[in-house]
Ligand binder design. Structure first.
Ligand code: ADP
Length: 585
């Protein structure tokens, strides 16, 4: 009872633990996902800031601090700085091209570096068309030019910034005043155009920054995608080669890149609009969007996987605990049953020993004290002593055999054996018992069955046990025993099947699974005080197992019992050897 209460409590505790663990793992997973997302987002913001300061620094390196009002002089100032920056700057290939736009009467003059590196007037390249339109609106007409719907993807690398502190020659024709501190967007200033080298940005600058802020394994862990801010459907760059799985469509985090503002070239410390403490705009908006998604699909998926792993491990541990408890209970119950059986065995064996000993003792006393001199009577006493001492011997032998089987010595060396011979000698050895019970034995053993490899003495012992049991427990309307042998080709290896059947009262179904247990005796055997130790079938099973065979019982209460032994056929060389010796001998 206590054991069952313990088991119940254990199961309930395991259940409670499982529920708590499940919820806890769930909470931990959500927290882990939020933490990962937050740190990814923070990393991206740092990437965006650093990228912005690289761009700002590069633009400022090119723009002269004190620009000259004359366009040609200004161009040579820019050319000088551009060349210096290119030769010294770490991010030298950052720009594919740089252009200077100044006002030339009512036209815009564009200067880009020629083959000699000098900025000289050139026609507008096609891909700068939008920039040209915008600057025309801004520099030539009243008001500010419009960039329209935003540049198409192929132009989103191009941006233009006004030059500050450019002194104007005063009112009248020619370039107007530049952007002073309070100048605002006024027409007449010089502008610089920068065309970013997308390949260099995506293959060198950004990977470096991503590694710095998201960790060394960032490129193995995440997919990155850059799209124009206004057109997320058209990626400028993506590490995910599969066009169907767009990173932007299912991103774990995103950040704006390339925040172009008119303040970009304003010297540091002048407190331009939106500048952060380091002199750059806070990351947020931008011409581009950088999207990041974990390579596993999403952070959700990564956390989900970890969660499943944790759940599996926890579930496994709990199952292990339950299985161990179940096994412990099972083993202890078996040990308990075995102890009970052994107690019954001791009680039974004491009784079994006392009865023949009493008979032998009385018979011997009578013979010794000459109570009878009648030779017939003397012979009867002699027979009685033999019979009872035979029973004693059998019992002692069974106990010794059981002890031997536990020590692992069930069979001796295996020899090629003829099944027919074994059956015949077993029936002969049981003749006295069979005749005593008035049993008819019907044999159906075909000649020339394949040989089996076995220990003749052990197998005979096993068959005798089955025959003795049939006599002891198989008495019915017909005292009949059937012995049948045949080749059973089922399975990979052919086997010889030997069946020993009786037409007795049978074995109740609930007893059938116990009859091979050591010391087990059926209810009827105990009630009717049928002699036995409960070891017979255990020994039969051990013997059959030592021959790599099997034993099964089929029994229908009221109809009879049949034991089925299946023994493997001997290997071919055994069969050949036997055939040779028969032909020789
Ligand atoms: P024992 O005969 O000493 O009791 P066994 O191991 O030979 O021990 O048999 C175990 C039990 O199996 C017997 O007590 C009996 O209840 C049952 N049994 C064995 N053979 C038969 C049979 N042929 N018919 C009915 N019951 C049987």
């Amino acid at each position: 009872m206590l054991a069952w209460i313990f088991v119940g409590v254990l199961f309930v505790l395991c259940g409670v633990l499982a529920v708590l663990q499940y919820r806890w793992i769930g909470e931990v997973s959500v927290a882990a996902r939020d933490r990962m997302r937050a740190s990814l987002q923070a990393g991206l913001v740092r990437v965006s800031r650093d990228f912005q300061s690289e761009i700002n620094a590069a633009c400022r390196a090119v723009a002269p601090d004190n620009p000259k009002p004359d366009p040609a002089a200004f161009a040579s100032q820019v050319a000088e700085r551009y060349a210096a920056w290119k030769s010294s700057g770490q991010q030298a290939p950052l720009f594919r091209a740089v252009g200077i736009v100044t006002r030339d009467a009512d036209r815009l003059a564009l200067r880009i570096p020629g083959a000699d590196g000098r900025f000289s007037p050139q026609p507008w390249p096609d891909e700068w068309r939008l920039t040209e339109q915008f600057l025309e609106g801004t520099m030539l007409r009243e008001g500010r030019g419009r960039r329209g719907e935003g540049p198409p993807p192929e132009e989103s690398t191009i941006f233009e910034v006004p030059v500050f502190n450019m002194p104007g020659p005063g009112p009248g024709p020619g370039p107007g005043p530049g952007f002073g501190d309070r100048g605002g967007m006024r027409r007449g200033a010089a502008w610089l155009i920068f065309d970013l080298d997308l390949k260099y940005v995506t293959e060198t600058v950004l990977p470096e920054l991503l590694q710095r802020h998201l960790g060394a394994a960032a490129s193995q862990e995440y997919h990155f995608e850059i799209t124009p801010h206004d057109d997320p459907a058209e990626p400028l760059y993506s590490t995910d080669a599969d066009p169907r799985s767009r990173v932007a469509a299912n991103a774990d985090a995103r950040v704006g890149l390339l925040d172009i503002s008119p303040d970009m070239l304003r010297p540091r410390g002048r407190g331009g609009r939106g500048f952060g403490p380091e002199g750059m705009r806070l990351a947020g908006g931008g011409r581009w969007e950088l999207y990041v998604r974990h390579r596993a699909g999403s952070l959700e998926a990564v956390v989900g996987r970890t969660r499943q792993r944790n759940l599996a491990v926890t579930g496994g541990v709990l199952l292990l605990i339950i299985a161990s408890a179940a096994a412990l209970i099972r083993f202890s119950r078996r040990a308990q049953r075995l102890a009970e059986l052994q107690m019954n065995f001791v009680a039974g064996v004491s009784h079994e020993l006392r009865t023949p000993l009493t008979v032998i003792n009385t018979a011997a006393y009578n013979l010794q004290s000459n109570v009878t001199r009648n030779p017939e009577q003397v012979a009867r006493y002699g027979a009685l002593i033999r019979q009872e001492s035979g029973r004693l011997k059998e019992m002692v032998e069974q106990v010794l055999s059981f002890a031997g089987s536990q020590a692992g010595s069930m069979t001796r060396e295996l020899q090629p054996l003829c099944v027919e011979d074994i059956i015949r000698s077993s029936v002969d050895a049981s003749k006295a018992v069979l005749d005593g019970g008035h049993f008819v034995v019907e044999q159906d053993v075909p000649p020339a069955l394949p040989l089996i490899a076995g220990d003749a003495r052990a197998l005979q012992h096993a068959l005798q046990n089955l025959l003795t049991n049939a006599v002891k427990y198989g008495k019915g309307e017909q005292n009949w025993i059937g012995i049948h042998a045949a080749v059973n080709p089922d399975g990979s290896q052919p086997r010889i099947e030997i069946r020993v059947a009786d037409r007795g009262p049978g074995i109740p179904p609930d007893e059938q699974r116990h009859i091979f247990d050591p010391f087990y005796r059926g209810k009827r055997a105990v009630q009717d005080q049928i002699h036995g130790t409960g070891l017979g079938l255990t020994l039969v099973k051990e013997i059959v197992a030592a021959h790599r065979g099997t034993i099964a019982v089929r029994s229908q209460p009221g109809k009879g019992t049949e034991f089925v032994l299946r023994l493997p056929v001997a290997p071919k060389e055994f069969q050949d050897e036997f055939a040779n010796s028969v032909s020789r001998g």
